[in-house]
Write a protein that binds this ligand. Structure first.
Ligand SMILES: Cc1cc2nc3c(=O)[nH]c(=O)nc-3n(C[C@H](O)[C@H](O)[C@H](O)COP(=O)(O)OP(=O)(O)OC[C@H]3O[C@@H](n4cnc5c(N)ncnc54)[C@H](O)[C@@H]3O)c2cc1C
Length: 309
């Protein structure tokens, strides 16, 4: 299992595969399970359906590692247009961005200015903008940028990963700022020196960090979003939330489009605060292969699409 995960994570970064795999029709067919379509309108259509079921969403326009400033500015402007459209159409959609898509590989200043523009627009429109967490080499820069932005923009959130050994310290360093934190397990290939190699440890640490976040909701005005499909963890988190008298609506679960959709509806029906992340855009290859790596059995689903018409 670990081997197939590592092979898939390697494949997610391979240039040859990046250039060729997206051209296969069966791969594009299988992709539909994880995203409603490449276009923004596809994502908006899906968000409206979710909203009809009482489930708000978060949007990510796929892309990462941009090294051309004009491209990063285009991404920023895309998100600004999106925030305006969300407000115009009165939709409950937040946005989540990757800093390397806003120019972090060029300079932290470029990423900061581009992200700040999004935080300003989101604040003006009463919306929230999240920062995804990318591979470990970006964590310091991402958290520094977040701390800087968070001073002026209480509508900005950041993602933390429980596979990284450092995350407890990072969380403590943020908690006084009443941050918006989305806790995930982590989706990249990281060395054991900095990340727990065993899933069991990642899950245990996730629970420990969740407990800290739940206390932070009560004591520090944290907004905590638990970004996981792990129903065992959902149950444990809800139990601790109950013990700490954290109101149900403050226990926010975020899940990805296409993964455990029935569970998403069930949680929403039971009054939990559930938000679904919808991705769209043409640059889906790396993101998609990371989704396959999370559950290598998904590859079987892709292969089955070779034979479907
Ligand atoms: C809202 C959201 C935002 C995220 N943002 C980031 C980010 O910024 N940075 C980052 O590194 N990672 C991010 N992730 C991905 C995250 O790190 C994990 O890789 C991913 O969520 C899978 O782990 P899990 O917590 O669901 O637990 P797991 O233990 O991996 O999965 C629990 C169960 O969920 C189901 N499941 C999980 N993944 C899949 C899948 N791909 N296909 C089918 N079933 C699946 C399976 O039934 C599995 O048994 C995000 C995840 C979510 C939900």
């Amino acid at each position: 299992m670990e081997l197939s995960r590592n092979i898939l994570l390697w494949a997610s970064e391979n240039q040859y595969l990046l250039e060729h795999v997206p051209n296969y029709r069966f791969v594009r067919r299988a992709l539909k399970r994880f995203m409603p379509g490449e276009e923004l309108d596809d994502a908006i259509g899906a968000a409206k359906t979710f909203q009809g079921d009482g489930i708000p969403t978060v949007f990510t326009f796929l892309g990462e590692s941009i090294i051309d400033l004009s491209e990063a500015v285009k991404v920023r402007d895309h998100y600004i247009g999106l925030l305006e459209r969300i407000a115009r159409e009165k939709l409950d959609i937040e946005v989540s961005v990757k800093l390397t898509q806003l120019g972090l590989d060029l300079s932290t200043d470029h990423a900061y200015e581009n992200f700040k523009a999004l935080a300003i627009k989101a604040k003006e429109l009463n919306n929230v903008v999240w920062i995804d967490m990318e591979r470990s080499s970006y964590v310091d820069a991402t958290l520094d940028l977040y701390r800087k932005v968070r001073k002026d923009y209480s509508n900005a959130g950041v993602c933390l990963q429980s596979y990284l050994r450092r995350t407890k310290k990072d969380l403590e360093s943020l908690i006084e700022m009443s941050p918006l934190v989305r806790l995930v397990k982590g989706a990249y290939n990281e060395p054991a020196s900095i990340a727990y190699p065993d899933k069991e440890d990642v899950d245990k640490y996730y629970f420990e960090l969740s407990t800290r976040l739940l206390k932070g909701i009560q004591d520090n005005g944290v907004r905590a979003a638990f970004g996981t499909h792990d129903t065992d963890l959902h149950r444990k988190i809800m139990k601790v939330a109950g013990d700490l008298s954290v109101p149900k609506e403050k226990v926010e679960i975020q899940m990805l489009y296409g993964i455990k959709p029935n569970e998403q509806k069930r949680l929403a029906g039971e009054g939990y605060n559930i938000r679904v992340l919808i991705s769209y855009g043409k640059a889906w290859y790396k993101w998609y292969v990371r989704r396959l790596a999370e559950r290598p059995a998904n590859v079987g689903f892709v292969v089955r699409n070779i034979f479907s018409s």
